[in-house]
Structures are given as structure tokens and as C-alpha cells.
Design a protein around this ligand. Sequence first.
Ligand code: SF4
Ligand code: SF4
Length: 333
Amino acid sequence: MHWGNNLKRLQVDMTSYCNAKCGACARNLQGGQTLPGLKLQHFSLDVWEKLAQDTAGKINQLYLNGNWGDPGMHPHLIPMMETWIKYHRKSDIVICTNGSMHKPDWWGELATVLNGYRHRVQVSIDGIGKDHALYRRNTDYNRIIENFKKFNANGGNSEWRMTLWDYNLNYIDKAKALATMLGFCWFSTRRNHSPNGTCMMNDDEGNYEYTITSNEAKNISLITENLPTLEYRQNARTHQDSHNESRCPWYNMSEVQIDPFHKVWPCCNISIYGIPEYHETEFDRNELPSNDFNSLEKHSIYNILEHHWYNNILSNAIDNASYEVCRNNCSLR
Ligand code: SF4
Ligand code: SF4
């Protein structure tokens, strides 16, 4: 495995700020208090420009998604997209968001910037009306709809994504019809990532509030549908090739993850261990060379991906299925 030569996709966690408190998200304690000790930080504009410059013309897809925050919370997201486009006029941009921050004009401006380039903004809307926020706590359904009316009207390519729970199954058809009417390009459903398919919600003091389940939802077939608006859009390509050269799905997608603290990780599963306050135990942080070996503040991305940890230690661990995190998340045996 050679991680530098392989690189074609970047997944970037632009910030550790979020307005929402989704129940199964690592950044909060069961839909309540933010993970104690989580450093709140936005991706630096200087590091961003250098990253865009260093990778100019070599990246097929930029995917803004992550473990610790929502890209819409970065105060400079729009100029950062302009910077990216300056160096990467042909790459796909995919932005994953809860869509409940800012006002419609901000979303209209984002659409205007992305409009002439390949892009897709995926917004999580998990039901109609107030029920949407049963899982996506602290977000506002009506605000999201107003924001995306404007985004769509300004030529933005958007996808309505519904995370399935038992409570929202009866909204699927209505949501798809609404997505069509409001000018979304795609409508899709996806599984939740909650262990055992249930999610217990607590308030900020840690008091239990309610539980949502997916007993029925886990058996529903998932869909991704093109909606009529797509026919009028020019820049909607999102298909990405993969290969079969390793046992690691991220390597096969030629992708790595960068966290809001400018560290480069092989995937989102290992990236989460970059935060010392995260207490799961499926990856031993002592496996990592030093705090700074993967920092874009100290090295270029290609220098990081040349490090022997990537090309020897990690690659051998993947070949031999010796990391528990790989066995648990990617079924390596
Ligand atoms: S919107 Fe994303 S980052 Fe924010 S709480 Fe929900 S899952 Fe976590
Ligand atoms: S957990 Fe391991 S096998 Fe899975 S994507 Fe990450 S590095 Fe690859």
C-alpha cells in the first residue's frame, strides 16, 4: 500500500463546532452535553489554502463531513470553497450538513459559488415538522426548509437525506414528494449508526428523556432517487471509482480523513481517536508515532502520507487484521 500515490479523495471535518445534538453523535453525550474536553476549533484558512495548493488538480472529490462538527458552522466556509475551486476546478465537492444554521441568503450565496462546479449538498432531514428533531436535536425543520428553498432556487444541487428510525417511516413518501416540489435533486434514505439500532436521549444534565428505535426501520430497503430537478442541472457528477488493491475500504476509495485540528488520518474510524477525550478502546493511541507526525501545521499532506506509519505499520496492520478498530468497523479477519 502506498497512501500518497493512492490519494484521490479528501474527507475533511472543517470544524468541531455544531449547533445540533444528534443522539448518536460522538461530539455529545447521548443528545445532551458536548463531549467534556472537546476542543472547539475551526479549520485554519492558511492550512486550508496550503492543502488546496499542494493537492491542486490531483483530488477527484472533496467531501466535507466528519466526527466533530458541521461544515456549515465554519464562519468562512464560502470563501474556503472559493479557494478550493481556484485550485480544483474539476473536483466534486460534497457537503454534508444539518442545514439548520444561517439564514436563506447565506445558503443562496453558497449555491451561487458552487453553481458552476460539480457539487452536491446533502442535508439531513429526518421527518416532517417537529418530529424531524427527535433525532436531530436542536435543529429547526422550518428553518432548514427555508434555507434549502433558497439554495435550490440559486442553482444549488441538493440531496434530502433521511436517517431511518421507526418514528419517521411513515414520513418517507411525503418527504420525497416535498423534496421534489422544493427543487431538491435527490432523495435518499440511510441507516442510523446507533449501536443496537436504539438511541437513548439525555438532557444537558444527563437526565434521561426518551428513546428512539429502529426495529422496523432496519428492515426497510434503502433508496437513492434522482428527482426531476436533476434534469436541469449541469454539474451533478458524484460517482467515484474505487479499486480492490487492499482490504481497507477507505484505501480502496483512495480517501483519507482530515480532522478540524489539521491531522491526517486513514479514515473516520481511526480519526476519532485523535481526540484524547474519546474513551472507546478499540484503537491504542500508543500505536501512533508522535503527536505531530500527521499534522498539516508541520508537514505537507504528501509528506505525511509518506510516513512509515502509513506505508508500513498501518498497512501491515490492515493486511494482518491486527487493529481492533479495523476488525470492528471493516470486518477484517
Ligand atoms: S449535525 Fe453532525 S456533527 Fe452535529 S451533532 Fe449531528 S451528527 Fe454530530
Ligand atoms: S478501520 Fe482500518 S480497515 Fe477500516 S477504513 Fe479504517 S484503516 Fe481501513
